[in-house]
Design a protein around this ligand. Structure first.
Ligand SMILES: Cc1ncc(COP(=O)(O)O)c(C=O)c1O
Length: 441
């Protein structure tokens, strides 16, 4: 193991004595030589030993402009000087209003209302309940949700119910909401094209809706890229077909854009690749440029209307959080969206994606690389397994060369901040390519 400064060694020991990390096998934690992050700036962060790392996955898919962008720092400080926090239950405030307007101004057609939540999972949770309650208030109750294999929507129980990653989700099987699953449009049979696979899953979905559509409240999808499932990309026709089938059966379409949204795919929203607007769109992660937790559900006016009535009618959406629409988070999000507009960040993301694609083209021919999948900046390199934790070993090797990336099993993920410069993208891709060749051969 690498030697560390006394401060690092002490912090790791104290961490191990008191902290329980997410998605982490704690029995392995110290042996994996954890990085203690000390500070960050631009595309880099530094550990407590003073070692610098290029942030190759946007601090888990959240960062947009790099760390500590002065305009966003200033927006938060400025907001702090006026209002730290008040509840959004029965009160409102300017940052919450302005952010809603800005989100809607760029949203897919027909989305006209913003319901704030906290993290991605809580946005999904709210969307599931909105769909269910709207049906219940407009007509018969629909007790089922439809979703897609290999999907991931967060870790609260509703979100887990519509997830499809066995390793994460099967433990909770007996306490799930009632759901029906169709195959993943991103998991291909040998020789099959993505278009053929999309058509096959749509046939499955049509059969499901013919049989049980009257009981399905909503279909939940990750449009274009099933991210945590391994950056499984699919044909836009799947999103269009899903929309059409939902329309035919009066089922709400929930597009979970927590990972794909806010420019990550080279469009503001991944739904735009398909020219489709959902009934409910969930977003989080990049909304605040990676600064503070804030997520949202964007909804149609028809869904919003389904909740109107007298207080006594109990049509209210009885759902919310202590920190809903936190003003500091909203201020960060507003500054983020303003910067994105001023700097053409979405177009920049598309250009970064193209650059990653070109740089990775030679690697795709390596025997040890099974597939390179990418839409915009969202990139997954599936490597052949050469041990228990091949993806992890590749990331550890990249780390030794100053690049931090995190795998999904044996899929090495690249998801740089959307404002990363060309030379930094080159270092990211070059280092990861070399790491894959060192570990996988
Ligand atoms: C598509 C999708 N939905 C929801 C979530 C959950 O978001 P959070 O981790 O902020 O709860 C994620 C997280 O990766 C995600 O990728």
């Amino acid at each position: 193991m690498t030697s560390h400064t006394r401060r690092t060694a002490e912090l790791v020991a104290r961490d191990a004595a008191s902290v329980w990390h997410p998605f982490t096998q704690q029995s392995q934690w110290r042996a994996d030589d954890p990085i203690v992050v000390d500070r960050a700036e631009g595309m880099y962060f530094w550990d407590t030993d003073g070692t610098r790392y290029l942030d190759g996955v946007s601090s888990l898919w959240v960062n947009v402009h790099g760390h500590r962008r002065p305009e966003i720092d200033a927006a938060i400080v400025n907001q702090l000087s006026r209002l730290d926090h008040t509840t959004f239950l029965g009160l409102t405030h300017e940052p919450g209003i302005v952010l809603a307007e800005k989100l809607l101004a760029d949203a897919p057609a027909g989305l006209s209302r913003v319901f704030y939540a906290g993290d991605g999972a809580s946005a999904v949770e709210a969307a599931l309940k909105i769909a269910y309650q709207a049906h219940a208030q407009n007509g018969p109750v629909r007790p089922l949700y439809a979703h897609v294999a290999e999907g991931y929507h967060g870790d609260t129980l509703g979100a887990v119910s519509v997830g499809g990653i066995d390793l994460f989700h099967r433990t909770y099987h007996s306490i799930m909401l009632k759901t029906r699953t169709v195959g993943s449009p991103g998991v291909l049979q040998p020789g099959q094209t993505r278009a053929e696979r999309a058509a096959e899953v749509l046939v499955e979905l049509a059969a499901l809706f013919d049989a049980e559509g009257d009981a399905v409240a909503a279909l939940v999808i990750e449009p274009m890229v099933q991210a945590a499932g391994g950056m499984l990309t699919h044909d836009a026709e799947f999103v269009r077909g899903a929309r059409a089938l939902c329309d035919a059966h009066g089922i709400y379409l929930i597009a979970d854009e927590v990972a794909t949204g806010v420019g990550r795919t080279g469009r503001m929203w991944a739904c735009e690749h398909a020219g489709v607007a959902p009934d409910l769109l969930t977003c989080g992660k990049g909304v605040t440029a990676g600064y503070l937790p804030l997520s949202a559900v964007l909804a149609t006016e028809a869904l919003y209307d389904a909740f109107l009535g007298t207080p006594a009618s109990a049509r209210t959406f009885f759902h919310g959080h202590s920190y809903t629409a936190n003003p500091l988070a909203a201020a960060a999000a507003i500054a983020n969206l303003d910067l994105m507009a001023a700097e053409g960040t979405v177009a920049r993301a598309a250009a970064i994606g193209d650059r990653i694609g070109a740089l990775l083209a030679p690697l795709a021919d390596d025997d040890g690389v099974l597939e390179v999948r990418r839409i915009g900046t969202m990139t997954g390199i599936e490597v052949a397994s050469v041990g228990d934790r091949t993806g992890f070993e590749v990331c550890q090797e990249a780390r030794r060369h100053g690049v931090w990336v995190r795998p999904l099993g044996d899929v090495v993920v690249l998801m740089p901040p959307l404002a990363m410069a060309d030379d930094e993208v080159d270092v990211l891709v070059g280092t990861v390519t070399q790491a894959i060749r060192t570990v996988v051969g």
